[in-house]
Design a protein around this ligand. Structure first.
Ligand code: FNR
Length: 341
């Protein structure tokens, strides 16, 4: 099976398996305030992650790897949405376009469609600094994402079995690149140990890519005759992973994994995330309902976030990051056992 066929399988199964697990956001509650003393029109959604200036804390996360016509079409449509809604956008893994130059147009289209937007390149941790530079140049990217997907690889019969040296390679990329380097998971979350190591080699930010949304163990198991079902429930729920990351380091945190609503965005930001990434949920709306529906959903997420921030008296994302919350249930147990306050 070709890389582009495999990636199309991912999209099909991601749409089927959906976002049905627990991100742990249900264990968090905001504390109601009856005198917020602000107006909806006072609320601003602008945000900075290190050097990146964003007009919204929502961004479109990586989904379009593999190359081929389908990648081209999805990248084009997502770039149109990103431009219209003013969102940053990451492309999927560009490895196929590094191996085969004729695939480059499938990624270059995002810069054509969105000449002045914030675009993020994407490669795995097997990449060399040279490959990382080419990926960034290909779309004139404002940043690079390096993805970590050990569980996905281990679940695939044809996946990688060698993971040593990844941190060293990431350090090499950080040292050689002139744009910020974001290291991300793909739905299994990051622990404080992982974030501590990444921060020690100077990454610009981490995207926790937590458990609760797209499940690459389940997706790969659906494609395989030798399923590794024990990985289906493996991972750190997104809300918990944001706390793990915040405990480990002051490096800016991006929350992602299973986001589908304004209230979860607000909770992710209140836990200390600087932005929230959406992948499977946006993909489903785009593929099943089209560009206009996705634009409407993004407007509705922005409006929902603004009214939640108003209720909390938070005029800016920075204000929201300090909003008081109560944590209960499984999340409370987890944080207590891990010594995270
Ligand atoms: C992804 N994701 C992903 N991530 C990455 O770094 N490089 C990639 O090429 C891809 N490819 C990809 C394809 C498809 C179809 C999906 C749905 C997702 C992972 C994605 O960026 C994100 O980390 C996870 O999907 C978790 O977020 P959601 O989907 O729960 O919002």
């Amino acid at each position: 099976m070709s890389r582009s066929e495999r990636k199309w399988d991912h999209i099909r199964y991601a749409l089927e398996t959906g976002q049905k697990r627990s991100t742990a956001f249900d264990d968090i509650q905001f504390i109601h305030q009856s005198l917020p003393n602000i107006n909806v029109s006072d609320v601003r959604l602008h945000q900075k992650i290190g050097e990146l200036s964003l007009s919204s804390p929502i961004f479109i996360n990586a989904m379009t790897g593999g190359g081929g016509e389908k990648t081209y079409m999805l990248n084009k449509q997502l770039a149109i949405v990103a431009k219209e809604a003013g969102l940053a956008m990451a492309v999927g893994s560009q490895m196929s376009a590094l191996k085969d130059k004729s695939e480059r147009y499938t990624y270059e289209v995002v810069r054509k469609e969105n000449p002045s937007g914030v675009l993020i390149a994407n490669l795995g941790s097997e990449a060399t600094p040279e490959q990382a530079k080419i990926a960034v140049e290909m779309i004139e990217a404002n940043a690079l994402q390096v993805h970590l997907n050990v569980i996905q690889e281990l679940t695939m019969p044809e996946g990688d079995r060698e993971f040593s040296g990844a941190l060293k390679r990431i350090e090499g990329i950080v040292n050689e690149l002139s744009v910020p380097v974001i290291v991300k998971e793909v739905g299994f979350g990051m622990s404080k140990e992982t974030v501590g190591l990444l921060s020690s080699v100077g990454v610009s930010s981490v995207d926790v890519g937590g458990y609760g949304g797209t499940n690459f163990a389940e997706i790969e198991n659906k494609r395989s005759d030798v399923a590794q079902f024990f990985f289906n429930q493996w991972g750190i729920p997104t809300a918990i992973s944001i706390c793990e990351a915040a405990q480990a380091s002051r490096v800016p945190i991006i929350g992602s994994g299973g986001f589908t609503s304004s209230i979860d965005i607000a909770k992710g930001l209140a836990l200390g995330a600087s932005a929230t990434g959406f992948a499977g949920y946006f993909l489903k709306i785009l593929v099943e309902e089209g560009i206009d529906s996705l634009n409407e959903e993004i407007s509705s997420l922005h409006y929902g976030l603004k009214i939640i921030m108003t209720a909390l008296g938070a005029k800016s994302i920075r204000d929201l990051q300090g909003a008081p919350i109560i944590i209960s249930g499984q999340m409370h147990h987890w944080l207590t056992q891990r010594g995270i306050d």
